[in-house]
Design a protein around this ligand. Structure first.
Ligand code: ATP
Ligand code: MG
Ligand code: MG
Ligand code: MG
Length: 566
């Protein structure tokens, strides 16, 4: 990577004013610092400064992946539709998938992720258990036709991702690969200067955390999180969903939820035992029918017997009640009526459910439990916003202490896939006994461009970006204030040379601009250190070193700058 750059020849068109339509700090500052430009909705061009930071993030990811046993490859972005048809995702993935065809009318997709291509790559050639495990990753552009591309690099339609895939012989191996990637991801977050929280994520499976998201903590984050300050439990809001019980009444939903028949299970304790999850992770929904035959669902935590009594009381023979009436039964108002719910479903929540809306379900089948239902995906999210804000009052499912709420940016996510893709795509190997078996797979994604945005989101102030050294475009900006001065200009060049020689990456502001302009730009670009050379100081053989993060300025002898910031 180039270690020296003059500002006069750098392509970084900075903006004095805040751009319109850029509410998020990272979006605004990356635009203002001349690092990114929008080409079209969700499509960004990375200018030299951003590209340097992105390459540094990529190198950190590479290093963590390589030292944790993975190997880098590069697969085509253009993906034959047949592979996606094999896995069943060609239809299932929905409108986010970018589809196109070639001149022969053959269908393709622009890869939003590469489970299919990667599985296809190894099937037939990775044949023996002796060759396992194998972990392959790539860093490339991904394409998703996001409904609302926004927030600059946060949610693009084209973005850079590192995606990796592990192939193991059995579940234990898969767990080991997963744990290793967990370490690698923690390393990436630390080294990029990101304060991240690994949280349990919804994986649509029962119990255990088979998927973890790495959340960069930020007010502006799109993801709502809960965490337990006491025992360290953390989950994204969606993952709080574990088990949902629904009884009686007609089937009404058309959502793809896993429904498990559980004859004879009637209490929360039995549910928890059956699915091997904490009791606090279980909720029961008692589905009833109102006077006009419309299903009414009452969701109540706690003891089943009691809930049934409450439900029938509350509905007085299964009729919907007014808010006042509901309140008189201690039920939460505002959740009644068909607002925001799938057609034909009404719902009432128990008071004690405030904030526990993840357990909501709108479907009825006797003696069954739904797994992994969540608002937002299975229901209109708006209806539940009030409740969502009360989430923090929930009890921790592990230790029962109160949970706290936070917001985060999903930087990365790791999954245990099991044989989902190896089975649908027929990817097998021969085990020790010569028996054909499906690979146990894991997949691991981290957004490179989103990580850049997350860094800026966490590291900025009113004047601009405050780069952590590890991902800063350059490490030091040498600010020559009087470039026409006989002493200042040679001194600035000398300092720059010395720093470069010491292995420091230097940006030299050699422009014929007023000091105010240079100071503002230096703070906006936010390199970790500024070495400022003005007439007065240079005459004494001195310059000023400013630490961008603390704002601290110190007079330093020109000869000693390297010692100070090297
Ligand atoms: P989100 O929940 O924000 O839509 P996702 O769960 O769909 O993200 P994954 O499929 O887990 O994303 O992809 C792995 C990583 O790729 C994410 O953790 C994120 O860092 C990044 N990523 C996903 N979608 C985008 C996007 N539209 N723009 C930029 N980065 C993205
Ligand atoms: Mg997404
Ligand atoms: Mg996500
Ligand atoms: Mg994800």
């Amino acid at each position: 990577m180039k270690t020296f750059q003059t500002m006069s020849s750098l392509y970084a068109p900075t903006l004095k004013e805040d751009p319109a339509d850029a509410d998020l700090a990272s979006h605004r500052l990356l635009l203002r610092a001349g690092m990114i430009r929008k080409t079209a909705a969700g499509l960004y061009s990375y200018l030299p400064l951003a590209w340097r930071s992105l390459e540094k993030i990529e190198d950190i990811i590479r290093d963590e992946m390589d030292t944790h046993g993975a190997q880098e490859v590069l697969l085509p972005i253009l993906t034959p539709a047949e592979l996606w048809e094999e896995s069943g995702r060609y239809d299932a993935y929905g409108p986010e998938l970018m589809r196109l065809s070639d001149r022969h009318d053959r269908d393709f997709v622009l890869g939003p992720t590469h489970e299919e291509t990667m599985t296809d790559l190894v099937r037939g050639e990775l044949r023996s258990y002796k060759q396992l495990p194998v972990n392959l990753y790539q860093i490339q552009q991904k394409y998703r036709d996001e409904l609302r591309p926004r927030f600059g690099l946060m949610r693009g339609r084209e973005f850079i991702m590192k995606d990796g895939y592990s192939f193991d012989a059995d579940a234990e191996g898969m767990q080991r690969s997963f744990d290793t990637m967990y370490d690698a991801y923690s390393g990436v977050c630390d080294r990029c200067g990101i304060k991240a929280l690994p949280v349990a994520a919804d994986s649509g499976q029962i119990g255990g955390s088979t998927s973890i998201e790495f959340m960069a903590l930020a007010e502006a984050g799109e993801a709502a999180l809960v965490y337990c300050p006491d025992c360290g439990y953390a989950a994204d809001e969606e993952a709080a969903t574990v088990v949902i019980s629904v009884e009686d009444g007609p089937e009404t939903h058309d959502h793809e939820l896993e429904c498990v028949e559980t004859p004879g299970v009637h209490t929360i304790a039995e549910l928890a035992g059956l699915f091997d999850v904490p009791e606090a992770a279980c909720r029961k929904a008692v589905a009833l029918v109102d006077g006009e035959g419309r299903p009414v669902v009452c969701i109540v935590p706690g003891d089943h017997e009691l809930n049934e009594v409450k439900a029938s009381h509350a509905f007085g023979g299964y009729h919907l009640m007014s808010d006042e009436e509901l309140e008189s039964f201690g039920l939460f108002k505002g959740c009644i009526g068909p607002v925001g719910l799938p057609e034909g479903v009404s719902c009432v929540c128990d008071v004690s459910l405030r904030g526990s809306l993840s357990w909501l379900v709108g479907a009825n089948r006797p003696e069954s439990h739904y797994l992994g239902a969540r608002p937002g995906r299975d229901f209109e999210p708006d209806a539940w916003e009030d409740l969502a804000s009360a989430k923090a009052s929930d009890a921790c499912p592990v230790c029962g202490k109160p949970l706290a709420a936070a917001r985060g940016i999903e930087m990365g996510q790791i999954f245990q896939l099991g044989d989902k893709y190896s089975r649908s795509m027929g990817a097998t190997f021969l085990d020790r006994d010569g028996k054909e078996r499906y690979f146990q797979m894991g997949c691991y994604g981290i957004g490179v461009t989103r990580t850049l945005a997350a860094v800026v989101e966490q590291c900025h102030d009113d004047s601009g970006i405050v780069w952590p050294v590890s991902v800063a475009p350059f490490e030091v900006e040498v600010v020559a204030l009087d470039t026409a001065d006989d002493l200042v200009w040679p001194a600035a060049q000398q300092v720059a040379d010395q720093l470069v020689e010491a292995g420091v990456q230097v940006l030299l502001d050699d422009r014929k601009e007023r000091p105010g302009v240079k100071f503002n730009d230096a703070d906006l670009l936010g390199l970790p250190y500024q070495v400022i050379l003005g007439k007065k100081a240079v005459a004494k053989g001195m310059c000023e070193v400013k630490d961008r993060a603390t704002g601290e300025r110190r007079e330093v002898a020109i000869d000693e700058v390297v010692v100070e910031v090297g």
